[in-house]
Design a binder for this molecule. Structure first.
Ligand SMILES: Cc1cc2nc3c(=O)[nH]c(=O)nc-3n(C[C@H](O)[C@H](O)[C@H](O)COP(=O)(O)OP(=O)(O)OC[C@H]3O[C@@H](n4cnc5c(N)ncnc54)[C@H](O)[C@@H]3O)c2cc1C
Length: 390
């Protein structure tokens, strides 16, 4: 790995510690459990807590580390090199989005529990008919005398069972002009027992092709009652809080992509030097050497762009275009690089006996969630050309 100018000694130490942790604690668990679609064990969650990984972004006054997006992404990349779901679960703690929506009293009460790994969330935004066009969600929250009543269907809610709460986005109002559909969306904190869906919510798991380690759910809310204080943030304005967190969410996904690609590269490098054909290691064939060189170059280009974006986020510089660029570039790169890694392993790559197939399946997802590649291209081209259709 090339050390960037932005990687001071403290950051290198944070990265190297996360790498050692991943190789010792995450990778063996992933290799064992992913082939059987197992869940991230509670012991591993406890180890993530002990490392402080649920509180990287949270202020020290709550017991967090008070570190920046840069450090958060350095750790994320390393964890993703082991198992993508583990690099994702830390985002269910660090939640800067939830931080923005909570009152001071709620932060004082809940944030120390987040840092302790005892208050991790699932995000419920997507619906069967609403994915990329999130402003169009239709799940309704009606005000009642004693609180709220939620009715509607949600889709793709990862960790709905294992989490301690679900952060639900539902419509409390409809913009009658139809020009500002993002207005009228509100956020609700639904607390629940770990291991179960919230009372009154039914659901089933979606048979996804990867991203194992936790379940992803389809949920049905049928007149589910919530107390008044389940509403967090300003009524009807939750979309603004969502939009505020997008740059960091995209950087986090880019870091996950880079970690997956790095895993593919390392596995391919090792295999190419061990495997012999035609009387020599396959790493002696120029086509393979060049393939590995291209993979490493691609990864480093994505990583350096990510460092730039993280620095902008940490110093408060606007970088929405660049955040989309790095999410787009890193996720497309990860699919390409992990596919090349699989190719280098030949038939062995196409088995569940080697981790490369996991990196490849998980990399495929990074092009879809947190805004698809096409949505990133739309944002970038709008920045270059002005909004589409205007
Ligand atoms: C494994 C997994 C886990 C997930 N976890 C969660 C979760 O925890 N919480 C949650 O809320 N959501 C989650 N999601 C949902 C995810 O964020 C959505 O799948 C994603 O936003 C895309 O939405 P969609 O699948 O409905 O695709 P659609 O929006 O229907 O898009 C279909 C295709 O059309 C393209 N398209 C759409 N609009 C445009 C446009 N304007 N221009 C060009 N192309 C366009 C898309 O790029 C895509 O190729 C998860 C998804 C998966 C697969």
């Amino acid at each position: 790995m090339t050390d960037s100018l932005l990687l001071n000694e403290e950051r290198q130490m944070i990265r190297d510690t996360a790498r050692d942790f991943t190789l010792k604690e995450v990778l063996p668990v992933a290799n064992r459990l992913d082939p059987e679609q197992g869940e991230i064990p509670l012991e591993l969650r406890q180890k993530l807590t002990d490392m402080g990984y649920f509180g990287i972004r949270l202020p020290e006054k709550y017991g967090g580390s008070g570190l920046g997006c840069f450090e958060y992404c350095l750790i994320t990349e390393q964890l993703a090199r082991g198992w993508m779901s583990v690099s994702s679960i830390i985002a269910r703690g660090n939640g800067t989005l939830t931080m923005d929506l909570l009152s001071d009293e709620q932060k004082n009460r809940l944030m120390p529990k987040v840092v302790a790994g005892e208050y991790l969330g699932a995000m419920s935004l997507s619906e069967p008919d609403t994915g990329s066009d999130l402003a169009s969600i239709s799940c309704r929250a009606e005000k009642t005398i004693d609180g709220w009543e939620i009715t509607g269907n949600k889709y793709w809610c990862t960790f709905a069972d294992g989490a301690d709460y679900i952060l639900l986005f539902a419509r409390t109002d409809v913009d009658k002009s139809g020009e500002k559909p993002h207005l009228g969306i509100s956020a609700f904190l639904i607390e629940k027992p770990r291991g179960k869906l919230p009372l009154g919510v039914s659901g089933s798991t979606i048979p996804k092709i990867g991203y194992f380690g936790w379940n992803t759910w389809e949920l049905a809310f049928d007149h589910v009652r919530l107390p008044h204080d389940a509403l967090i943030g300003e009524e009807g304005k939750a979309f603004y809080a969502l939009a505020k967190g997008l740059d960091e969410a995209r950087a986090h996904t880019a870091a996950r992509s880079i970690g997956l690609a790095q895993g593919g590269l390392e596995d391919a490098l090792a295999y190419a030097q061990e495997r012999k054909q035609f009387g020599k290691p396959i790493a002696a064939f120029q086509d393979l050497r060049f393939k590995l060189a291209r993979m490493a170059t691609d990864i480093e280009a994505a990583r350096q762009l990510l460092y730039y974006v993280c620095s902008c986020i940490d110093t408060g510089q606007r970088c929405d275009k660049e955040a989309s660029m790095v999410k787009y570039f890193a996720s497309e790169m990860a699919e390409r690089v992990t596919s090349d890694a699989l190719q280098i392993l030949g038939g062995a790559g196409y088995t569940k006996l080697c981790a490369v197939e996991r990196h490849w399946r998980d990399a495929r997802l990074t092009k879809i969630f947190e805004g698809t590649s096409e949505i990133q291209l739309r944002i970038i081209s709008d920045a270059l050309l002005g909004k589409e259709g205007r």
